[in-house]
Write a protein that binds this ligand. Structure first.
Ligand code: ZN
Length: 324
């Protein structure tokens, strides 16, 4: 798939901090350029794919296969993780999971005392949530999400898929009750894990083989200082730094606290990152052994990183309230 005609000029300022200057950080095999803001470090995509291109891309795209066996196993851990970020509910508090796929966070929120509501564009996920998880308050339609109704809006790994950050935040704000909180998580472009996760490195270099030579040089320099592994157009159209996320939210009228979290999401265990590129080299019975060995080695390697570089982390977590 080729990028659609540009809907955003490369010369436009950074959508997070409005700094006009950027440096190129690479070109993907699909022809998307990564532009990194020199002010806040946000990496954005150019040309930015339009809605039609994204709709086409996501047809039949499975983010997370709903699974009634896995859900009970994951639920207690998700509940603990969610409680850490949103706490237990005040009586009657309402929770919106915006882009929440099959609805497991809504189940967790319900266990924490919230009245949950699930929104996702994917009708397969909403069907699953309604029939299997009995989440009646779930929809694929934005116009069915109640306005100014929610005490907490939870938005987990969604914003980086959006092609227009301003309108995305504007949509969220419509659903928030006055005084309510937005809790948003996204992959962190500053994470330290790129140094220890073999598969991320492999992905980088696989992607770069077809990049332009001039951009390669720039990227070689940039990579030594900053990860952009979470930039992956047309899927992840932005890779956020803490500073970029904070200025984005503040410029759109939110008071924001942005923290780095270290792989606290139980849905994204390190072992899940170990997939084909490396392990497929070893076909047959050796494969499982190799895979387990890599998983173990990465587990060991990741531990000291989380101590030595506490600012590094897999994700950014933001808690934001609208300014008065
Ligand atoms: Zn910026």
């Amino acid at each position: 798939m080729e990028p659609s005609p540009a809907t955003q000029k490369a010369s436009e300022p950074c959508p997070a901090c409005a700094n006009p200057a950027h440096i190129p950080v690479g070109v993907t095999s699909r022809g998307y350029h990564g532009l990194k803001c020199i002010g806040c470090g946000l990496v954005r995509t150019h040309p930015m794919p339009d809605d039609a291109t994204l709709n086409e891309f996501y047809q039949g795209f499975d983010f997370q296969k709903p699974d009634t066996v896995e859900i009970p196993r994951l639920l207690p851990r998700i509940e603990r993780s969610l409680e850490h970020f949103i706490g237990r509910a005040q009586p009657g508090a309402r929770f919106l999971d915006f882009g929440g796929a099959s609805g497991i966070y809504c189940l967790a929120a319900r266990n924490l005392g919230y009245d949950p509501f699930l929104f996702d564009f994917d009708s397969n996920m909403i069907d699953f949530a309604r029939t299997q998880l009995k989440l009646e308050n779930s929809t694929t339609r934005l116009d069915e999400v109640p306005r100014e109704a929610f005490d907490v809006i939870f938005c987990y790994h969604v914003i980086e898929h959006s092609n227009d950050l301003g309108s995305f935040l504007g949509t969220l704000r419509r659903f928030l009750k006055p005084g309510g909180r937005l809790v948003l998580a996204t992959p962190s472009a500053e994470n330290a894990e790129k140094y220890v996760r073999v598969q991320h490195l492999a992905r980088y270099w696989l992607r770069l083989t077809r990049a332009r030579v001039s951009a390669m040089a720039a990227l070689g320099l940039v990579l030594r200082r900053n990860s952009i592994f979470c930039w992956d157009p047309p899927r992840h159209l932005f890779a956020f730094t803490g500073a970029g996320m904070k200025s984005l939210l503040e410029r759109h009228g939110w008071d924001a606290l942005v923290q780095h979290g270290y792989s606290c999401d139980p849905l994204f265990e390190p072992r899940q990152y170990i997939t084909p590129p490396l392990s497929s080299i070893f076909a047959g019975p050796g494969r499982r052994v190799v895979r387990n060995a890599i998983t173990w080695a990465e587990g060991v390697a990741l531990k000291p990183v989380s101590w030595v570089l506490p600012e590094g982390g897999e994700q950014l977590y933001c808690t934001a309230r609208l300014k008065n």
